[in-house]
Ligand binder design. Structure first.
Ligand SMILES: N[C@@H](CCC(=O)N[C@@H](CS)C(=O)NCC(=O)O)C(=O)O
Length: 214
């Protein structure tokens, strides 16, 4: 069975959980606690699987893979039922572009290690970290909201779930956690609400994971 090393609150792991549930793939959830014991992502037992010391990592038989977008594209190729990328080349590129706005441009700036560096190395207080967090998320969502005017149907790209939706919902979960004002993002809110009503997104939500601390 596929093994997914992740953490309940990791939005990158959350993306992969959504993709697995969407495609009906059974997987074993293995928790790498990013907080406990100084962070289990730094322990040698895990860094052998992910030298970048980040979750998620997917293990499928003897195949080990890092990076959520690469993992999801691998799953989409290896298990083609219920595809997360459209068929036509330009459509696929558009979906990847929407997904990368979130996963490549926005999410890394607000990652745990970046926030820790802001406080521990640069001496920033919680208010400054909050400003940083809100600034980068808001800027990304403003751009995305405009792009969605051209691509969205029921979901981010047309009327089917794609990689873009899989990235969007975890990012909004993060934004809500950090009290980022989301009212201006009408299309994003509409899409997220619709996604959240689907079983795959429901099953993947952080609070339902075995390692969740509520
Ligand atoms: N680009 C990577 C990002 C992975 C990532 O940033 N993971 C975060 C959790 S969402 C992490 O493991 N953070 C641990 C840390 O910052 O120490 C991916 O998409 O898989």
């Amino acid at each position: 069975m596929i093994k997914l090393y992740g953490y309940w609150r990791s939005s990158a792991a959350y993306r992969v959980r959504i993709a697995c549930h969407h495609k009906g793939l059974a997987f074993e959830n293995i928790s790498v606690n990013l907080i406990k014991n100084g962070g289990e992502q730094f322990q040698p037992g895990y860094t052998v699987l992910n030298p970048n010391k980040l979750v998620p990592t997917l293990v499928d038989g003897d195949r080990i893979l890092n990076q959520s977008l690469a993992i999801i594209e691998y799953l989409d190729d290896a298990y083609p039922d219920k595809p997360l990328l459209p068929e036509r080349a330009f459509d696929r590129a558009q979906v990847r572009a929407l997904a990368q706005n979130i996963a490549v441009d926005c999410h890394p700036l607000n990652n745990l290690r970046v926030l820790k560096y802001l406080s521990n190395e640069l001496g920033q207080d919680d208010a400054a970290k909050q400003r940083w967090y809100c600034h980068w998320i808001t800027q990304a969502l403003e751009g995305l909201e405009l792009q969605l005017q051209h691509t969205a149907g029921l979901y981010c790209f047309g009327d089917s779930i794609t990689l873009a939706d899989v990235c969007l919902v975890p990012q909004i979960y993060n934004a809500e956690r950090f009290d980022v004002p989301l009212q201006p993002f009408k299309t994003i809110n509409r899409i997220v609400e619709r996604c959240r009503a689907l079983p795959a997104f429901g099953l993947a939500q952080p609070e339902l994971q075995p390692d969740a601390v509520l």
